[in-house]
Design a protein around this ligand. Structure first.
Ligand code: SF4
Length: 269
């Protein structure tokens, strides 16, 4: 079985060292899941969905290396094929498909998904300010880190942050919760540039669906307080070694279900 090792977020001597939006989201969803990933650093099998996400992100990043007139669906498909040719030799992806036909079907489905991108925006009409921006900054006494997909400016020169998603979009009534990570990125950008982003966008290729919401200093200050509370809660959980499992709908997709204390009775039967 192939595995992915999550990055360490903890120094046993000094408590929480850094926090990414993904791990913060894990703790919010299920403290035990956070422990498995960030404290115990247990490996997780790479899925075909993660492989698609990584490859699609690479292709979309490289699309903007091309001249505006060259940013077509055909070129995006070529970039996806080239990115997968590079990635598929990595041991992480070695045993991902049971057969060559499975891999081909996955590829065809991935290209269909990428075609959807052009019905959401026209990449020949703008040039991003930045892509795949790797950030590690101290904000309000916390070291936050993460990789931001894309930053642009709109017609009024306001900052727009975009995150690509290859999974399914949540129903609209749950969309606000999906902006959690992007608000942390907006906080990081405000801290780094001194400029408050105007809008954050979740671009779901599957659908396709575009969710967008405006942010301002009030929203980002509230986010900073929320992350601070999470940071403190994580440090408290670490000092007490107490990470209660919180079973929910995601358990069926959790790689750790077979060793999760919440399902210990099930595995005994
Ligand atoms: S199986 Fe469910 S309760 Fe257990 S760690 Fe995973 S998400 Fe949390």
């Amino acid at each position: 079985m192939t595995t992915t090792v999550t990055k360490p977020e903890k120094d046993p001597e000094i408590g929480l060292e850094t926090l990414s939006p993904s791990r913060a989201g894990d703790f919010k969803t299920c403290p035990q899941l956070f422990k498995f990933r960030a404290i115990d650093r247990l490996p997780e099998p790479t899925t075909v969905y993660q492989a698609r996400g990584t490859t699609a992100h690479l292709a979309l990043e490289r699309l903007f290396d091309l001249m505006r007139t060259e940013r077509s669906p055909e070129r995006l498909h070529t970039l996806f094929r080239e990115a997968w040719t590079e990635l598929r030799t990595d041991p992480e992806y070695a045993d991902l498909f049971e057969s060559a036909q499975d891999e081909r079907d996955w590829g065809v489905e991935s290209l269909q998904l990428l075609s959807n991108y052009f019905s959401i925006e026209d990449p020949s009409s703008f040039d991003p300010d930045d892509r795949e921006l790797d950030m590690l900054d101290e904000v309000d006494g916390m070291t936050l880190r993460g990789i931001l997909d894309r930053i642009d400016r709109d017609e009024q020169d306001r900052l727009i942050i975009t995150d690509y998603k290859t999974g399914k979009a949540p129903p609209e009534r749950y969309a606000q919760g999906a902006f959690f990570a992007l608000k942390i990125y907006a906080l990081l950008i405000r801290h780094r540039t001194g400029e408050t982003p105007h809008e954050i966008r979740l671009l779901y290729l599957n659908g396709p669906t575009l969710y967008r919401t405006t942010v301002d200093d009030r929203v980002l200050d509230a986010m900073s307080r929320q992350v601070r509370a999470l940071w403190d809660a994580i440090e408290k959980a670490m000092s007490n070694d107490r990470f209660p499992p919180r079973p929910g709908p995601l358990c069926d997709w959790c790689a750790f279900k077979s060793i999760c204390p919440a399902f210990a009775d099930d595995s005994d039967q």
